[in-house]
Design a protein around this ligand. Structure first.
Ligand SMILES: *Cc1c(COP(=O)(O)O)cnc(C)c1O
Length: 328
């Protein structure tokens, strides 16, 4: 690993490097850009995902600071919470998850299956709450703990994606012609911010297309700027000259709310490459990839990497959207 990251405590959790797969049938179906898929759904920790890379640095720090309890926050179906629970199990840390009902899904399936089912199996204590007041009251009850923000997106967590950017640069060096663009789902933005800094440090000018899935484009762009600034400060590195472009067109009515384009994209990846996306994050990002290719914003001669950030456990709590009328 480069000197850039060697001074930060890190605990190994992910199987790295993750594969970078050609996607020839997807490429053919999109009728244009050559598509590859970076498989961060295959980080190997309890069904994997992008939070595993962040947790290497976050829990590295928690251990270095002598904590025995970790608390983190998310939606009821948070992939971040599930990966935190798994990492804590592996490291023998106590894990408290404060999960907020932030998606309009009052049904029992949403609160018992998918990620939240796994949280319990992995030994975490889950607390489902309606809002910030309840969450704060819980924090007092939980007591001293290493607190990880939603999505693991502080500067320390984003270091995991600085490392991913360096990892990717080494893989891209073997591709004749290089990689023109990366398309990635963006919510709390640590993934996108870390990647932008890692690619810049490696000297790559690959463009990043950040597809909003959590908040509309304006809010997401501000979140991204804040995480970029904090992470650059922590690294003592300059801000990247080439900023990620933030797209709000595939967000739909809200976080965790299905769109027809998402369903279409989940089916497209499944049926052309046997790759499972998810309804909340990667399905909407892949809808962005398809949309940008269709309009020519991603040119037919380009090479584009779809950065798969995980999330497949979420498929099991969206049976109606994925199998319902109009979704075949
Ligand atoms: C959290 C998450 C993202 C978004 O990552 P951020 O760093 O929060 O922007 C994307 N995809 C999946 C599957 C996630 O769980």
């Amino acid at each position: 690993m480069s000197d850039l990251l060697s001074r930060f405590p890190r605990v190994p959790l992910a199987d790295l490097p993750t594969p970078l797969h050609e996607a020839p049938r997807l490429t053919e179906t999109l009728g244009g850009p050559r598509v590859l898929v970076k498989r961060d759904d295959a980080t190997g920790l309890a069904l994997g995902g992008n939070k595993t890379r962040k947790l290497e640095f976050l829990l590295g720090r928690a251990l270095a600071e002598g904590h025995d309890t970790v608390v983190t926050f998310g939606a009821v179906q948070s992939n971040h919470a599930r990966q935190t629970a798994a990492a804590c199990a592996r490291l023998g840390l106590r894990c408290e998850l404060v999960l907020t009902r932030s998606v309009p899904r009052p049904d029992a399936l949403y609160e018992t299956s998918g990620n939240v089912l796994l949280d319990g199996l992995l030994g975490a204590r889950t607390h489902i709450v309606d809002g910030a007041d309840e969450a704060l009251a819980l924090l007092a009850e939980i007591g001293p703990a290493y607190a990880i923000p939603p999505g693991g997106s502080d500067a320390t967590g984003a270091l995991g994606y600085v490392a991913a950017g360096l990892e990717f640069a080494a893989q891209a060096a073997d591709l004749p012609g290089g990689v023109d663009r990366i398309v990635v789902a963006t919510s709390t933005a640590g993934t996108t911010a870390g990647l932008a800094l890692g690619l810049a440090h490696a000297g790559l000018d690959t463009a990043i297309e950040a597809v909003c899935v959590y908040e509309p484009a304006g809010v997401t762009a501000a979140t991204l700027d804040a995480v970029l600034g904090a992470t650059a400060d922590l690294l003592g590195a300059p801000l990247p000259e080439r900023r990620p472009r933030v797209h709000g067109d595939w967000f739909g009515p809200g976080y965790g709310v299905p769109t027809p384009e998402m369903v279409e994209a989940v089916r497209l990846f499944a049926r052309t490459e046997g790759i499972l996306l998810d309804p909340v994050y990667t399905g909407k990002a892949a809808a962005g990839l398809a949309g940008l290719a269709r309009t020519g914003a991603i040119g037919p001669d380009e090479t584009v990497v779809f950065w798969h950030t995980g999330g497949a456990p979420g498929l099991f709590v969206y049976p109606d959207a994925l199998t319902g009328a109009g979704a075949s």
